[in-house]
Design a protein around this ligand. Sequence first.
Ligand code: UDX
Length: 433
Amino acid sequence: MRIVMIGAGYVGLVSAACFADFGHDVTCVDKDCEKIAALNQYRIPIFEPDLDKLVESGVNSGRLRFGVDLSDIGEADAVFIAVGTPSRRGDGHADLSYVHAAAREIAGLLEGFTLIVTKSTVPVGTGDEVERIIKETNPEADFAVVANPEFLREGAAIRDFQHPDRIVVGTDDERAKKVMGQIYRPLYLNQAPILYTSRRTAELIKYAANAFLATKITFINEIADLAERVGANVQDVARGIGLDNRIGAKFLHAGPGYGGSCFPKDTRALSKTALDYGVQLRVVEATLTVNEIRKRTMSRKVSGALDNDIRGKTIAVLGLTFKPDTDDMREAPSIALIAGLLDFGAKVRAHDPVGMEQAKKELSDIEFCDDPYACARGADALVIVTEWRQFRALDLERIRTDMATPVIVDLRNIYRPEDVRSAGFRYESIGRA
Ligand code: UDX
């Protein structure tokens, strides 16, 4: 199949590289000339494990190329739209201007039957609008618009693409179903089910999935707060409920609140779309509010571990990105935490294994350290915010000797309380009394 991928951002780049790896012929197009020049020299603008190798082998095989113009669209069987849909300033709706602009540009270049596939996360009804724009711009065009949302997790995106739980294809067009079946044929080997639905249903599946996962995390976070008060252990509660197949064990890790490029943005957009249709999604709205409050209150937890005497104290923060194996700082819990600590008059130092460059753009008035031990030296409390593997087996003896006061606040529960306490620390974690 010949594929044009519009957008060399997170989703576009991973999808383009994986489709080329499946054996398809892929042109990945982006307006950002510098990004395209870098990609042509195998320099990847994001941190994603193994993406560099996949891009390099795709380019070397001749099946993957990067460019700034859309001239390959005439030959394409499918044009994927994977441009950004950020939260619109002010109202929380998804900003669809890049999607609409792409539709307009594609329209005049279509030759023969072509699929236009939305891969970006787009509100229900966007496929209809893309179809309208293309028809209006080029009434002669022979095309079908398909919704094909992605469910990739940052840090595990390639594995998720190659071994998806399911592929969702939203279209009623039989020709389109056939082409999509051929595009995803390599995944039959991995027995990934393809779920064919209407276009609007596919668009809603994506938002419902993200809102459900965000709600699941938020639920266990609230149970963690209660566990702390009543003297229970939230990890055992999660295990105890997760073994019920109806609930499932995943996404029940209590922590400092969810962040990232998807959950916050998509839950906001879903509740806004719902209101446009006269439906109030109270559960989703509660998830949004509870999570925002949670991220802000984490600084109080740290302050509590220092008996609320935090002014002028030095706090060492380990992990800044919203989760491990990414350099992404979008809506990371570390941002609200550090803002709160600075408001309390604390001095903040931080270290992240991969995200320091991105973090420097987001965070000011803090000191950045090259490794966890330099960060801990002389500090009054050490706060683990992102569960990078590098932090799971720290030399506690060395840290205790180097710190001004031996206090660890573990917002990801990566240590066993008895181990840290017996190493001589005051230790606070999440939902474990
Ligand atoms: C998410 C969805 O998982 C993915 O399907 C969708 O396509 C994009 O959004 P991503 O944002 O990359 O992926 O990360 P994910 O691993 O889902 O984590 C999101 C946030 O939830 C992180 O801040 C993470 O720390 C937090 N989280 C996740 C928890 O606090 N507890 C959990 O149990 C799981």
